[in-house]
Design a protein around this ligand. Sequence first.
Ligand code: CP
Length: 311
Amino acid sequence: MVSLKGKDILHGNQFSKKEIDTIIKTAGYFEKALKKKDSLNLLKGKILATLFFEPSTRTRLSFETAMQRLGGGVISMASAQSSSAAKGETVADTARTVDQYADVIVIRHPRIGSAKEAADAAEAPVINAGDGAGQHPTQALLDIYTIQKELGSLKGLRVSLVGDLKNGRTVHALVELLSLFGAKLHFVSPSALRMPEAIAANLKVKGIDVVETEDMMKAASESDLLYMTRIQKERFEDLSEYERVKGYYIIDGDFLGKLKKKITILHPLPRVNEISPEVDSYPGAAYFRQVRNGVFVRMALLSMVMGKALD
Ligand code: CP
């Protein structure tokens, strides 16, 4: 019996295959339910607090949409400047405070480990919506849900992860989940933005086939899925280094023409210039469908951590 009741969601490595299956099934249930009804009453009377110390469009709004579709309420802190963090309050004290108001807390913060600090301080379940260049586990779960829908299976996929693998918290979480399904992974990045050695080494210990390369065309020609990521300007100490790598990988009509095969393209978004808008009408371009799936997966997670999972 799988239960996430009362659990924090902090890291991609915390999930079993069985838990992922249950999250996918529950998200699928909510996707179908929302075709018949605008909202459900599963979390009526419950309050979600969203604490965003870094910018967000998708993660914050999809969590808030998910809670409202489940019949619950939302309180929100949309910026560090508008909260007592601006007066020097710690993450732990903020979490302990918000714990007095809310039944579940979603936090995004620029520092690795901050969501864990909040979770240690609060009784309510805490969900990591991105801790600096650390982890973004709920994005990875919606990515997995999208892959299952788009490709029909999670088993033995050949996946190219492209771009800023050093700072990309979405890829750090996603590879943990993909590793449970025996994926073959191509890490495609400029040498300065390689996947952190600890993550790559851990995958190899688990027996995952990992190829590191700078050649996106070759990796894509051997893959079922291209997972593009943005070069994260805000994480660079030296902006001249950002300028050097910012246009390194671009998917456009020319690239897809030369690839000569159909491929599924995901991106956690926002994009800057790494996917040309002309690609949006390509049948395999699934990144806006991926955005929509975020609501169903976050409905699943909220209902499960609140102990209101379906039978
Ligand atoms: N994918 C993602 O985390 O997007 P936001 O930064 O807009 O939340």
